[in-house]
Design a protein around this ligand. Structure first.
Ligand code: BV8
Ligand code: ZN
Length: 225
């Protein structure tokens, strides 16, 4: 099916980066374990305590800076596809994927809360909280809960799933919207849905093929086949 597909879209979540050593959000050792999303990944949390919020992002940036893409990222980089990711870690791009749509933004992007300037910063550790040249407080260039996704980015993701023959969904618990809504959207447009996950998810009953196992093992097998 993948070999015959004219157009393949992929939707990835934190599970694709798990084998690189990046904690997922909702798993046993998940990021949210010691924090609650409301406490940190929201505009209110940032307004209340930008320093605490930045300490969490700086810790995650430091962790991600020291990991490598895994065979799952590498396999997707070999696949001619539009890669929509909920991940903010940039590991798909490090693995060589070209056509990446980051629906939740990037942990390497900073944006000034005063002048709106956005810039990439890969430095191992930041002044906490970082400031823009204009003196304004900078925020992480990610989409927080309660924030709209970038309309252009979202439109590109919707277009990709509406026009694909096959949608590969890997390493996502499919609980965060609107990203998870891309799957029923693809199905309503006639795409075949293939899910790869360690366990069953909210989507599993409605996909065409569900491969249970690690994405770092299954994706290379699928792409090599
Ligand atoms: C929006 C960036 C319109 C930041 C993230 C009440 C009030 C306000 C909003 C809402 C509300 N109720 C619902 C909502 C909507 C909300 C939402 O969906 N909430 C959920 C929790 C119910 N969504 C939003 O707010 C979105 N915006 O709706 O705007 C609006 C505007 C105003 C008011 C209302 C609505 C914005 C959502 C974006 C949030 N930002 N991240 C950051 O990273 O710090 S979300 C965060 O979760 C990450 O991006 C992550 O990618 C994403 C999804 O999680 P997953 O990637 O799926 O990871 P998870 O840990 O959950 O699962 C891992 C999976 O991998 C598991 O299934 C596991 O089995 C599997 N796995 C593990 N290891 C492996 C594996 N699989 C294969 N191999 C392995 N080795
Ligand atoms: Zn500024």
């Amino acid at each position: 099916m993948l070999a015959e597909a004219r157009s393949i879209a992929v939707l990835t979540g934190a599970g694709v980066s798990a084998e690189s050593g990046v904690p997922t959000f909702r798993g046993a050792a998940g990021l949210w374990r010691q924090f609650r999303p409301e406490d940190l990944a929201t505009p209110e949390a940032f307004a209340r305590d930008p320093k605490l919020c930045w300490e969490w992002y700086d810790w995650r940036r430091g962790l991600i800076a020291n990991v490598l893409p895994n065979p799952g990222h590498a396999a997707l980089a070999k696949l001619e596809c539009t890669l929509i990711t909920q991940n903010v870690d940039g590991l798909h791009q490090s693995a060589g994927s070209k056509n990446v749509i980051e629906v939740h933004g990037s942990i390497w992007l900073l944006r000034c809360t005063e002048c709106g300037r956005a810039w990439q910063d890969f430095s191992p550790s930041l002044e906490i909280p970082p400031h823009c040249d204009c003196g304004g407080l900078a925020r992480p260039g990610v989409v927080w809960f309660g924030e709209n996704l970038n309309p252009k980015v979202w439109a590109a993701a919707e277009r990709a799933v509406r026009t694909c023959d096959v949608l590969l969904v890997a390493g996502t618990s499919a609980v965060v919207y609107p990203a998870a809504g891309l799957v029923p959207l693809a199905r309503s447009a006639g795409a075949t849905i293939i899910e790869i996950n360690l366990e069953a998810t909210a989507l599993s009953h409605s996909v065409d093929f569900a491969f249970t196992g690690a994405s770092g093992v299954i994706l290379p097998q699928l792409v090599d086949r």
